[in-house]
Write a new protein. Structure first.
Length: 272
C-alpha cells in the first residue's frame, strides 16, 4: 500500500488555471472519488498524479518519492479504453507487463509463465477469465473497460488511477465496472483515485470524496458529510435534483456480475 501527498498543487495553461493550490493526503489503501463538472480540474489532477503532466507549482509525493515522471507503480485507466481490438482480452491484459519485459519479448508473447499467469489472474479479478481468448473488438464497452482494468493490474501498481472510467457506459455497465474497480483495489491493497461526475455512483462505491470546482478543492470528506449543499457547492448551477437518490445499497451491494454486458459487433451495434 502507498500513501499519496499533494501539497499546494497548481497547474496553469497560459492564462487558464486548471488547478489552484490543491492540497490533500490519501492514506494507504483508501478508495477516493474525485467529483466535479467537466473542466473542474479532475483529469489534470490525475495526469499530475501519474506524472503525465508537469505541475506549474506544488509537489506530489507517492510513497516516499516525489512524482517527476511516469512511474511503474502508478497505473492509469482512461475513459477511452485504449485497448487493441484485433488482440484478445488476454493479449491486451498481458501488455501491462511491458515495463518489465523487452519489446520483442512482449511482441511475441515470450513472457515467462508467471507473467502469463498474472494476466489470467487479472482477467479473473474482473470477471473475464472465460472470455480471455475473445477478440477485444467483439466485446461490449463495459467488457473492454474491464480489460483495461486487468491490463493496469498486470502492471502490479501500488496506486490505481482512473479518469472517468465509466463516462461512456450505460448505467448497468457503469455499476459493474465500478464494482470490479473497488474489488480489485480491496483485494490487492491498492490506493485508488477515481474521477467521476455521477454522484450516485460515487456514493455507492467511494470511501472518501474530493470535490473540485474551477480548479479549487471545495470539499474533502466522507459519505455522511456529502450533503445536498455540498453537492451544490461542487456542481454550482447544474440541476442536481435526485443526484443523491439512494442506490440499491450504499456500499456497492451485490456482485459486480449482477448486470450483464451485451457483446457488440465490429460496427459497435448490439448483437442479437
Amino acid at each position: 500500500m502507498t500513501r499519496i501527498t499533494v501539497d499546494s498543487l497548481t497547474k496553469e495553461y497560459g492564462d487558464t488555471v486548471a488547478l489552484d493550490d490543491v492540497s490533500f493526503e490519501i492514506p494507504e489503501g483508501e478508495f477516493v472519488v474525485v467529483l466535479g463538472v467537466s473542466g473542474s480540474g479532475k483529469s489534470t489532477l490525475l495526469r499530475c498524479l501519474n506524472g503525465l503532466t508537469d505541475p506549474t507549482g506544488g509537489e506530489i509525493v507517492v510513497g516516499d518519492e516525489e512524482v517527476t515522471s511516469l512511474r511503474r507503480d502508478v497505473a492509469m485507466i482512461f475513459q477511452q479504453h485504449n485497448i487493441i481490438g484485433q488482440m484478445t482480452a488476454y493479449s491486451n491484459a498481458l501488455t501491462g507487463s511491458l515495463g518489465r519485459n523487452r519489446f520483442l519479448t512482449s511482441l511475441f508473447q515470450l513472457q515467462d509463465r508467471e507473467e502469463k499467469l498474472r494476466a489470467l489472474r487479472a482477467l479473473d479479478t474482473v470477471g473475464l477469465l472465460n472470455e480471455s481468448q475473445q477478440k477485444a473488438r467483439r466485446m461490449s464497452g463495459g467488457q473492454q473497460q474491464r480489460v483495461g482494468i486487468a491490463r493496469a493490474l498486470v502492471q502490479e501498481p501500488s496506486v490505481l488511477l482512473a479518469d472517468e472510467p465509466v463516462a461512456s457506459l450505460d448505467p448497468g455497465s457503469a455499476q459493474q465496472v465500478m464494482g470490479y474497480l473497488r474489488t480489485a483495489a480491496e483485494e490487492r491493497g491498492l490506493t485508488a483515485v477515481i474521477s467521476l461526475h455521477q454522484v450516485n455512483l460515487a456514493r455507492k462505491f467511494g470511501q472518501r470524496f474530493i470535490g473540485l470546482r474551477d480548479g479549487q478543492k471545495v470539499f474533502d470528506g466522507y459519505r455522511e458529510e456529502m450533503t445536498m449543499d455540498i453537492v451544490d457547492e461542487i456542481y454550482g448551477d447544474i440541476d442536481t435534483e435526485g443526484m443523491l437518490a439512494e442506490t440499491e445499497t450504499e456500499t456497492g451491494g451485490g456482485s459486480p456480475d449482477s448486470t450483464v454486458d451485451e457483446p457488440t459487433t465490429d460496427e459497435g451495434s448490439t448483437e442479437a
